[in-house]
Each structure stands twice: as structure tokens, then as C-alpha cells.
Design a protein around this ligand. Structure first.
Ligand code: SF4
Length: 211
């Protein structure tokens, strides 16, 4: 499998292609939800062939035997891991395999942001993941105005500080040139909501259009 290391993150990720592998990115009307309309992973760096290639590879690779074993081996020395800096856990058999990786790597803290909470058939596997002490599953809100959704650990996007939910921790990556640095808030089960300030050319255009 192909692991990625983005400049922002302090750890490795396993990712797929944004939107193509994000069934939760579209509403009942077939249109992209606001948060996905401005997706950072559908622009710039993420359109480069050498960035798309490993993500396309991963979309087939997870289906093979021994993928779980290989992931467990790859995480032997990792204290933190992020699933999906792009894409989402689009298929239930993939989710079941990821759960197995999480169970077999208790030394590693896993953060899994997702919109698959929209689909009832994922409820059990998401619940089983969230029950593990080394896993934070964050349900992503579709909002770009700070609206939150039910769930033990969630996230939302804000375009103005007045939109900050009362119980949210604000992502401070923008104060560190877009890097997490020492922050591990997204991996913290005690933080119910992480609010990400809107950023990036595409997202700012979406917000400007929304008025
Ligand atoms: S809240 Fe912290 S860990 Fe999460 S993305 Fe922002 S800087 Fe990184």
C-alpha cells in the first residue's frame, strides 16, 4: 500500500481520491455539500499525477489478501496515524478492514474523519471503531458556517469566529503556516468538536458565493 505524508500532518496517512471516493460528499439532490464544494483535496497539489497515483493505487490495493497485515507492519513504529487526508471510507468491506488494523495497532493513535455516518450500514463499524481507546472517529459536518452534527466527536468548518460552536476547539494550523506542529487535538477523544477555519482558494470562493 502507499502511505502519504502531507506537509501539514505530523504523521503518515492512507488516502483515496477526493469526491470519487466520498459518497457522503453529495446531498440527496446530487450536488456537493458546502464543505465538499470547497474541498482542499480537489485542487492544486492534489491534482498532480504523483499525488493521484498512490491514491488510485490504494483504491484497488485494499481489496487484496494480507492488506491488513501489511498495514499493521507499516504502523509498527507510528504513534499517530491519519486515515484519509483525501477520500473517505467508501465501502463497508474497507471499513471492516480498517477496524481490524486499528484493533491490531493499539500503540498507534488513529484519527479517522468521515462522512460515512450518513449511511446506516456503517453505524456498527463506526461505533466499534470509536469504542477503541486508540481511535477517534470524527463525523464531519457539511456546514461551512460552524453548524455541528450529532456524534461523540465531530468537526465543522467556520468562516467567521462568530460561528464558533461553544464546545469547539479551534484548529490553529493557520497560526503555524498550515502545519499541525505539536497539536494533536484531532486525536483527542475529550474534544467533542474541532472547528477548522475556512481557508484555501476554492473554499474562500465558495464562501464568497454563498454570501
Ligand atoms: S486541530 Fe491540531 S491536530 Fe487537528 S488539524 Fe488542526 S493543528 Fe492539526
Amino acid at each position: 500500500m502507499k502511505l502519504s505524508k502531507t506537509s501539514k500532518m505530523p504523521c503518515l496517512s492512507w488516502s483515496l481520491i477526493a469526491k470519487d471516493h466520498c459518497p457522503g460528499s453529495r446531498g440527496d439532490d446530487g450536488k456537493l455539500v458546502p464543505a465538499c464544494s470547497g474541498c482542499y483535496a480537489d485542487d492544486g497539489f492534489y491534482r498532480m499525477d504523483n499525488v493521484r497515483a498512490p491514491r488510485l493505487h490504494n483504491a484497488e490495493d485494499w481489496k487484496r489478501d494480507f492488506w491488513v497485515d501489511d498495514m499493521v507492519t507499516a504502523l509498527q513504529r507510528e504513534s499517530h496515524f491519519r486515515w484519509f487526508d483525501s477520500g473517505d471510507m467508501y465501502a463497508l468491506p474497507l471499513a471492516i478492514k480498517i477496524l481490524e488494523v486499528m484493533r491490531r495497532t493499539p500503540w498507534c493513535n488513529h484519527w479517522l474523519p468521515t462522512r460515512m455516518h450518513k449511511f446506516d450500514k456503517f453505524a456498527r463499524v463506526l461505533s466499534d471503531m470509536a469504542a477503541l481507546p486508540n481511535v477517534v472517529v470524527r463525523f464531519s459536518s457539511d456546514s461551512i458556517r460552524g453548524e455541528t452534527i450529532p456524534g461523540p466527536t465531530t468537526s465543522t468548518i467556520v468562516s467567521d469566529t462568530a460561528q464558533l460552536p461553544a464546545n469547539a476547539a479551534v484548529c490553529g494550523a493557520y497560526t503555524r503556516k498550515g502545519k499541525c506542529g505539536p497539536c494533536r487535538t484531532c486525536w483527542n477523544k475529550d474534544v467533542p468538536v474541532v472547528a477548522y477555519p475556512a481557508h484555501g482558494r476554492v473554499m474562500m470562493a465558495v464562501i464568497a458565493r454563498a454570501g
